[in-house]
Write a protein that binds this ligand. Sequence first.
Ligand code: UDP
Ligand code: MN
Length: 254
Amino acid sequence: MSGREAFVTLATTNSYCMGATVVARSLRRHGTTRSIVVMVTPNVSEQSRLALQSVFDEVITVDVMDSGDRLNLSLLGRPELGITFTKIHCWTLTQYSKCVFLDADTLVLCNVDELFHRDELSAAPDPGWPDCFNSGVFVFRPSLHTHHRLLEHARQHGSFDGGDQGLLNSFFSGWPVEDISKHLPFIYNLSASSLYSYLPAFQQFGHDAKIVHFLGSEKPWSSSSRREGGHSHMEQFVSLWWREYRSNTEASAA
Ligand code: UDP
Ligand code: MN
């Protein structure tokens, strides 16, 4: 089975399933040759699961915590890390030799299959602290050994931000200084916040964006994002997101 490659995303709620649908649909629109996989938790509704099945190659149900595992059991005292561990589960997808993880709140704007030329752990800088990578888009190699080491690291050190990004950055701590080829260009993980912090750069380079990341509490599917008055550049991406979402809904209803 080695040699297979996949894009992987995660949805633990029905609303994140909307996002996941757009991730898959936008990857297909731009002709990816790789598999597209979503991890879901058991609470996700049958309806959402069926919708995902129509657009993903594989829908994998993952338990938030595997109660049979001693290491996981010792982590149960940290409920805030639940989503984090669900995301870390992507390292167990060993039917694939290499994967690209995409947050469910990303939108792919062109073919990005060249990401598979990169190695673990490749990611783009976080706009808030560029010596950390943002964990919304990253290249990784599934490995049960790495998965176990990540859980062990979480058990010993927790996560400095309470989420997967803190854990992954302290685990892959060499990222900021060791190997520039593991630094993805920012256009692979362009977040809305960069519009506010460096608008001229966005105006100069924004048209090269390859993946948009709707980072933060405001998601395209949350009702307030649909109101007017936001930043016009971001509004374009939000309406593109809705177009992709509706195209999928129509396709799966047909
Ligand atoms: N996620 C999820 N359910 C949640 C929260 C997060 O499935 O309740 C997944 C989803 O794939 C999401 C990712 O975890 O994209 C990271 O969370 P989010 O994108 O909300 O964080 P941000 O990028 O805004 O920091
Ligand atoms: Mn995100």
